[in-house]
Design a protein around this ligand. Structure first.
Ligand code: GDP
Ligand code: MN
Length: 380
């Protein structure tokens, strides 16, 4: 789950990271009131869950409250990479002399959190990594020892900070690490961390991605979810207890079990198709769950065929077949279906589908080939 800039920065601030003392507005009038309270120049920033807002025109400076209102009016309602801006953050403008990148993610291969920093802040870190990898300094943090002062100093000197900035930088790096760990985050990033005219450091932008599997431990963070910004299909899947990830292909996949879902996607690709999604309906899938899954798959206009791959263990194939038929009745899809059912009560399940004129496949290879052909309009 992604957090908005203002949410991420408020979390960072709890761990001692200095942030501008701004506030969030949903209307131009509110933006003006906040700017009046701040007094002096402000920056008006679109709160949408994508990066590169600056380049897209979603970050604007304003010298007066009237100008803040005007900029907020321009930015609210703006479309940035397909997302509509509904809130703006009004922050006191920073006196930016230099922009630093500071971020952390989990390095799965090393099984450690890696902290990365670069003097080339402000722009996309992916771009820095591609064009100037030597400008990125990294340290790997031992999970038992936590972030050590020498590691922060190694980074601070590596990116060319002044000695007098080592202590405040260490405080920020340590705070960011604590925020990351305490929130079960997958990513925590300050880009840019700015060096102001007086040499002080300030986190001007904040980004945080939380591990969905850790959210149950953090009801306060889970409550920060912005449903306006979430893909409606993903919201629906979460509410129905389905694991769903949208992809770019044309073959919708409905599978029980995450491993089987991965294998199904692999085999679709193997036979020349592209999966439109990952979808695990889980065990004991009943008609309601199957219907929800089907609606979600079909809400993607790119889907040209659906491949249902069910392995009946505890889940009975006849039950799934009934669920599927009910769901199809309810949703009335107008694209081809290929169904593979194996396991407990497969004969009964297949007979039910045959009665309703749905082809079933015995092997996954056969099913995948049929689905690929169906998506190309080649299935008779
Ligand atoms: P992003 O484009 O979505 O990453 O949004 P950022 O919050 O990082 O803002 C983009 C850029 O706008 C920053 O890299 C800064 O150069 C600039 N910017 C943001 N806040 C301020 C500010 O308070 N003062 C000034 N002068 N520039 C700012
Ligand atoms: Mn940024």
């Amino acid at each position: 789950m992604k957090l908005h800039e203002f949410q991420a920065k408020r979390i960072f601030a709890k761990y001692g990271v200095p942030i501008p003392e701004g506030d969030v507005a949903s209307t131009p009038e509110e933006a003006r009131a906040i700017a009046e309270r701040i007094g002096g120049p402000v920056v008006v920033k679109a709160q949408v869950l994508v990066g590169g807002r600056g380049k897209a025109g979603g970050v604007k400076l304003a010298k007066t409250p009237a100008e803040a209102e005007e900029k907020a009016r321009e930015i609210l309602g703006m479309d940035i990479k397909g997302l509509t801006v509904k809130k703006v953050l009004i922050d006191p403008a920073a006196d930016i002399q230099d922009e630093i990148y500071l971020g952390m993610i989990l390095d799965r291969a090393r099984q450690r959190v890696v902290m990365m920093a670069s003097s080339e802040g402000g722009m996309d870190i992916e771009e820095v990594a591609a064009t100037k990898p030597e400008a990125i300094k990294k340290v790997f943090i031992d999970p038992f020892l936590g972030m050590r002062t020498y590691q922060a100093i190694e980074i601070a000197s590596g990116i060319g900070l002044e000695k007098s900035q080592f202590r405040p930088f260490t405080k920020i790096a340590t705070g960011l690490y604590q925020a990351f760990m305490a929130s079960d985050a997958e990513l925590a990033e300050i880009n840019p961390l700015v060096v102001q005219g007086d040499g002080s450091l300030l986190a001007v932008d904040g980004k945080m991605v939380l591990d969905d599997n850790g959210l149950f431990r953090h009801p306060d963070l889970a409550a920060m979810r912005d449903l306006d910004e979430e893909d409606p299909a993903e919201t629906k899947a979460r509410e129905a207890g389905l694991s769903y990830i949208k992809l770019d292909g044309e073959i919708g996949c409905m599978v029980n079990g995450a491993g089987l879902a991965m294998a199904t996607m692999d085999i679709v690709k193997h036979y020349g198709g592209e999966p439109a999604n990952f979808l695990d309906i889980g065990g004991g899938a009943n008609a309601a769950k199957v219907a929800a899954a089907l609606e979600i798959i079909l809400s993607d206009p790119h889907v040209k065929a659906v491949l249902v791959n069910i392995f009946g263990g505890i889940t009975r194939c006849d039950e799934v077949a009934r669920g599927l038929l009910q769901a199809i009745e309810q949703v009335q899809p107008n694209i081809p279906f290929v169904i593979r059912l194996v396991g407990t009560n497969e004969e009964e399940g297949r007979a039910l589908l045959a009665e309703a004129n749905f082809p079933t496949a015995r092997t996954l290879a056969e099913a995948a080939q049929m689905a690929v052909a169906a998506a190309r309009g080649e299935l008779q």
